[in-house]
Design a protein around this ligand. Structure first.
Ligand code: ADP
Ligand code: PAZ
Ligand code: K
Length: 259
């Protein structure tokens, strides 16, 4: 069985792939100081709780936080006796190498989303990932990542207002009833929610214009459903897109004989 680990700047998600389906998805916050032993204690407790039979022999990691990779490597080595495949490392092959400026280190999450979107839908796709940052990944007709857009994440924007302005409270995102807020919380929610709706629309229109073609929009990440219920922003929401991409990249490396 393959253990897929997707480490974002906020959360780290573990999912076990049995070759046909994901047996479970476990989520913890991202901390570079978490040790291999701490990961295993957490992981084995939850696996036992859910009564899942596992036989993990392989591990693949995508991490937007370079510092956590060391402890995740030790975790794979110590508890599953394997060397993990780490997306973004030279030894991890990609089905379609990215076409970006020389020296650019594309976020591994974006490479994984690209591989997943192409596998499921073919090319000419925009992936919108609502993580710590909101990223737009442009997938060309041949499946290569050819660039994109990075915007501050929804929660980061809310946090920034609270941090920088003495009178603004911490607010959780929600769809406001109206655009014109009649209290501080409603005003902030309106600014971020409708601002984001506009941001997503405008960026997608401009990407399609720049590339001069129709492009399917696939959304992923925890906050995507909130926006999907509001407006017709995306063609699809796929919660498991990044995890699927990890299985695609792992299978590709097996096929190429590098594993
Ligand atoms: N279902 C959800 N409802 C509300 N907030 C969420 C949900 N899922 C994730 N978030 C929040 O969205 C932000 C991005 O989370 P996540 O997608 O896990 O980011 P990353 O991949 O960058 O770690 C975080 O601030 C997280 O707390
Ligand atoms: C843009 C990101 C911070 C998004 O990370 P996330 O929100 O998933 O934690 C990450 O993909 C990253 O660090 N990228 C490196 C620069 C680039 O992709 O061009
Ligand atoms: K992301």
């Amino acid at each position: 069985m393959l253990l897929c680990i997707d480490c974002g700047n906020t959360n780290t998600v573990f999912s076990i792939w049995d070759g046909e389906r994901f047996l479970c998805t476990l989520r913890t916050s991202t901390h570079h100081s978490r040790t291999a032993d701490a990961y295993f204690t957490w992981f084995s407790t939850l696996i036992k709780h859910y009564g899942i039979e596992t036989d993990i022999t392989e591990v693949i990691i995508s991490s937007t936080v370079p510092r956590v990779v060391f402890n995740l490597r030790v975790f794979a080595d110590r508890f599953f006796n394997c060397r993990p495949l780490v997306v973004g490392r030279p030894e991890c092959l990609l089905p379609h190498p990215p076409r970006v400026d020389a020296g650019t280190q594309v976020g591994p999450d974006r490479l994984v989303n690209t591989a997943a979107a192409f596998d499921r839908h073919g090319g000419d796709i925009i992936v919108v990932d609502f993580g710590t940052a909101t990223t737009f990944d442009v997938v060309a007709a041949d499946g290569a990542y050819v660039g994109g857009v990075i915007a501050p994440g929804v929660n980061l924007s809310l946090e920034a207002l609270h941090m920088a302005a003495a009178a603004l409270p911490h607010v959780d995102i929600a769809k406001p009833q109206k655009v014109v807020g009649t209290n501080t919380v409603a005003c902030i929610q309106s600014g971020v929610f409708w601002g984001y709706v506009g941001l997503v629309k405008e960026i997608c229109v401009r990407i399609r214009g720049e590339r001069d073609r129709e492009m399917k929009i696939i959304a992923t990440g925890g906050l995507a459903p909130l926006f999907q219920q509001s407006e017709d922003l995306f063609d699809r929401f796929e919660d498991d897109l990044t995890m699927h991409g990890l299985t695609v990249i792992h299978a590709y490396n097996k096929e190429q004989g590098t594993l």
